[in-house]
Design a protein. Structure first.
Length: 512
């Protein structure tokens, strides 16, 4: 590695480069959620069903999940800067094609392309952000990176809903084009001279092939399992067997391969192993609940896509304010304490949400999300500091790739589990409530009589009661999820304290 690459940036060059790297991350993370609330609009315009339109999300997630692991090899082979910039340009071109798509099939194909080429963006931006800042300001670098990864998934539904309501859906993807071009130009001009050392390592073709099989099968299974009735479907059973068999073969191969596509030796480090588990658990719970709240608001409380997104805005606002404070705190306090604060705040937020009612006001829903912002502002910076502690600089790209790949797999599980859990718990609660609303129940008959006295017909009165039962059932299902999330966050605190105390951020860097 050249001396220019080892020396941190300063002044305006540091600020501009940090913003450009952050915007690259923001752009990629935004696209994981921006299309979620727009699927009905896209499906209608392209002449497809809503169920078919879910492949717009699935295609991106599967391709991105497969693209992330090869990042470590690409960066070792061609250099971190070059791979990151080319990835941003590829993502920009794919976004343009998505915005110009003329059919569902073409859009899904371009989303696969978009997800595949974007794999190096997040680990690349993370590795470069850490390299351009001096070690004593490493927490500042992580803070900037954390803000973008937190705010982007919150902005996604808001922007997606607004664009769908006000403009053509294609702008959901076209807005990436000018941002991507600027990010690529700034990063190349400021970082080209700082390219990392390269090594001509052979690519692990067998490992990559096995990874494509098991990760692809797993993601498709998780994304389509709910609509296919899970293991009641032959297709899901086949995908599950492919995922399990492929994973076992992949694990055996990678443990004996000299140049593996995923460096599993990193898991020998206690902090990396436990830190990655905590990272995945916290991210999975957060993303699952970020999906649940808008879903509940739109389907049960009558919120529009835009307003359902705006409810989550306080989380991002508080997180932006908290992250610099968390970064400053990390210079003087054990990272495990900061992670504990993050998970404790999340637990409080979920316990508060467990007290929501079916007629909860906007502020009643928003206040617990403000508390969540305290957690979000400190979670990423603390957990990433813990899991990267002890990782040599030369292995940073591989560590970033592996931890982010694990996060993507965890996100797939969490989103799939929460949607299935929510519907099944709703059915259970509805059956219990229905037992109390039969014609043999005096209270039910009294309610019907009261409604009929107000001018409703018997059929209309029963319809009102049924709608109330469904709404209450989904509320109770949501409360169940909030309680599970709260206890999961408290359990994560135990895992945090099983980690070794991270080295102070002004300590000398490990030699490579």
């Amino acid at each position: 590695m050249s001396s220019a690459a080892e020396k941190p940036l300063t002044g305006a060059a540091l600020a501009i480069t940090a913003i450009a790297l952050a915007m690259g991350t923001f752009m990629q993370v935004l696209d994981t959620t921006i299309a979620n609330v727009s699927l009905p609009t896209i499906a209608g315009n392209l002449g497809a069903s809503t169920d078919q339109s879910t492949w717009i999300i699935t295609a991106f997630v599967v391709a991105n999940g497969i693209g992330v692991p090869i990042t470590g090899w690409l960066m070792n082979r061609y250099g971190v800067v070059k791979v990151f910039v080319l990835s941003v340009l590829g993502f920009t071109i794919a976004s343009l094609l998505c915005g110009l798509a003329w059919s569902l099939e073409s859009l899904v194909f371009f989303r696969v392309l978009q997800g595949a080429v974007s794999g190096p963006i997040i680990p690349g931006s993370q590795a470069l952000m850490l390299s351009v800042f001096p070690r004593e300001r490493r927490t500042t670098a992580l803070a900037i990176w954390s803000i973008t990864t937190l705010v982007a998934p919150i902005c996604g539904p808001i922007l997606g809903g607004y664009i769908s309501d006000s403009w053509n859906w294609g702008w959901i993807f076209l807005i990436n084009v000018p941002v991507g071009l600027v990010v690529a130009a700034l990063c190349w001009s400021n970082l080209a001279a700082r390219e990392t050392a390269t090594r001509k390592l052979p690519i692990d073709a067998v490992g990559l092939g096995l990874l494509v099989v098991w990760a692809g099968a797993l993601q498709v299974m998780l994304d389509t399992g709910k609509n296919a009735d899970w293991f009641g479907s032959t297709q899901i059973i086949v995908l599950a067997l492919m995922a399990v068999a492929g994973f076992i073969a992949f694990l055996l191969w990678e443990l004996t391969e000299e140049h593996p596509v995923l460096d599993l030796s990193l898991f020998r480090e206690r902090n990396f192993t436990l830190g990655t588990i905590v990272f995945c658990l916290g991210s999975g719970v957060f993303l699952a609940n970020m999906l649940l709240i808008p879903l509940w608001l739109q389907t049960q409380l009558g919120y529009t896509a835009t307003w359902a997104g705006l409810v989550s805005a306080p989380t991002g606002a508080i997180a932006v304010l908290m992250t610099p404070l968390a970064a400053r705190l990390m210079r003087h306090v054990d990272a495990r304490w900061v992670a504990t604060i993050a998970f404790a705040a999340s637990a409080v937020s979920y316990f508060m949400r467990a007290n929501l009612t079916a007629d909860a006001s906007f502020m009643a829903i928003a206040i617990p999300l403000m508390v969540q912002g305290i957690s979000s502002g400190s979670f990423f910076i603390a957990t990433i500091s813990i899991l990267l502690d002890g990782v040599p600089q030369s292995k940073m790209p591989a560590a970033a790739s592996l931890s982010n790949f694990a996060r993507i797999i965890a996100a797939g599980f969490s989103v799939s589990l929460i949607t299935t859990f929510w519907d099944r718990r709703e059915a259970l609660h509805q059956s219990h409530l229905a037992d109390m609303t039969s014609s043999f129940t005096p209270a039910f008959n009294n309610v019907l009589s009261s409604m009929q006295d107000m001018g409703l017909s018997e059929l209309a009165a029963k319809g009102v009661v049924l709608r109330g039962i469904v709404g209450q059932s989904y509320l109770l299902a949501s409360v169940d999820m909030f309680m599970i999330s709260a206890w999961a966050c408290l359990a994560a605190i135990v895992l945090v304290w099983l980690c070794r105390k991270a080295r102070p951020h002004d300590a000398p860097a490990l030699s490579d």
